[in-house]
Design a protein around this ligand. Structure first.
Ligand code: C2E
Ligand code: CA
Ligand code: CA
Ligand code: CA
Length: 282
């Protein structure tokens, strides 16, 4: 049946649109990226509004393919998820992110956390908490320095399985953030039952903060409710002074976005953090 399926597929090959063909080629190339060393991480800093200190960085995956050039995560992460490769890639990301923070600590830049994006497949795999524990041990990084970012949809899709996993991470001492908050269907009341520490308000709400009264209302409400649940709030995709002012006035804890810095390679990010800290007179 498999062979027949493939034959059918081949027969329609001519009709395949460019996007489909490109996906097939990309998946093939993706299979080899780990061996070829084509992946790297960019790091985007996060700023605490109360005292203008850098609190940590988010690790963001980058793929520069020899054959296809620079490919955006939004284009290749879904492919890596479909093929299951995300498990291997995700563990590489975790290790590399922890190693980078450990190196910075050894260069005298301490007190930061590193946030790592986790895909649904990684979370559902039985031993992911064990993988995290092992990587932290290998690297020599304290669990408190690691935050895992999970999207709302991931958490809601597998609520029961997920809750137990999240408890395991918290038992290790790792922080947990809900990414892209507001884009899914979860309510803050529901989140109360999950052992999360941080919510990241999606960029979609931040974009029009200054012009759209509804987005402004949602954002300020989310901040207030999150605080009443004892959660740390991060605004994503902050690009303008006006957004910064609004978030500051409404007591958002932290911001991340181009206003502060773009995702940077590790060396540039370390330099940025040092300069920023120096300018703050710390
Ligand atoms: P995300 O986790 O929501 O990451 C934030 C995205 O917004 C990043 O895009 C970042 O470069 C971008 N961004 C940050 N500040 C600004 C801003 O002020 N303006 C604008 N326009 N964009 C901003 P990026 O790096 O292309 O990543 C896209 C998505 O790919 C991420 O969204 C995340 O869902 C996924 N991703 C990235 N790295 C990983 C990874 O290692 N593992 C997994 N599973 N997913 C990842
Ligand atoms: Ca994220
Ligand atoms: Ca996000
Ligand atoms: Ca996003």
């Amino acid at each position: 049946a498999k062979a027949a399926g493939r034959r059918t597929f081949m027969r329609y090959d001519d009709a395949m649109d460019v996007a489909t063909r490109q996906r097939a080629t990309l998946s093939g190339a993706l299979r080899k990226v780990l061996d070829r060393g084509e992946l790297r991480l960019a790091f985007q800093p996060r700023l605490a509004l109360a005292d203008s200190r850098i609190t940590g960085v988010e690790a963001l995956l980058r793929w520069s393919s020899d054959e296809h050039g620079e490919i955006a995560p939004a284009d290749f992460i879904p492919l890596a998820e479909e093929s299951g490769l995300i498990l291997e890639i995700g563990e590489w990301v975790l290790r590399e992110a922890c190693l980078t923070l450990r190196r910075w600590q050894q260069h005298g830049v301490g007190g930061l956390t590193v946030a790592v994006n986790v895909s649904v497949l990684q979370l559902l795999r039985g031993d992911f908490p064990e993988v995290v524990r092992r990587v932290l041990g290998d690297v020599g990084l304290a669990p408190e320095a690691l935050e895992l970012e999970l999207t709302e949809s991931v958490l809601m899709a597998n609520a029961e399985q997920t809750a137990a996993k999240l408890q395991a991470f918290r038992a290790i001492g790792v922080s947990l953030a809900i990414d892209d908050f507001g884009t899914g269907y979860s309510s803050l009341a529901y989140l109360k039952r999950l052992p999360i520490t941080t919510i990241k308000i999606d960029k979609a709400f931040i974009d029009d903060l200054s012009h759209d009264p509804e987005d402004a209302a949602i954002t300020s409400t989310v901040i207030t409710m999150a605080h009443s649940l004892g959660l740390n709030v991060v605004a994503e995709g902050v690009e303008t002074e006006a957004q910064l002012r609004f978030l500051s006035q409404h007591r958002c804890d932290e911001i991340q976005g181009f206003w502060l810095a773009q995702p940077l390679d590790p060396h540039a990010c370390l330099a940025f953090i040092r300069n920023w800290t120096q300018a703050q007179g710390a």
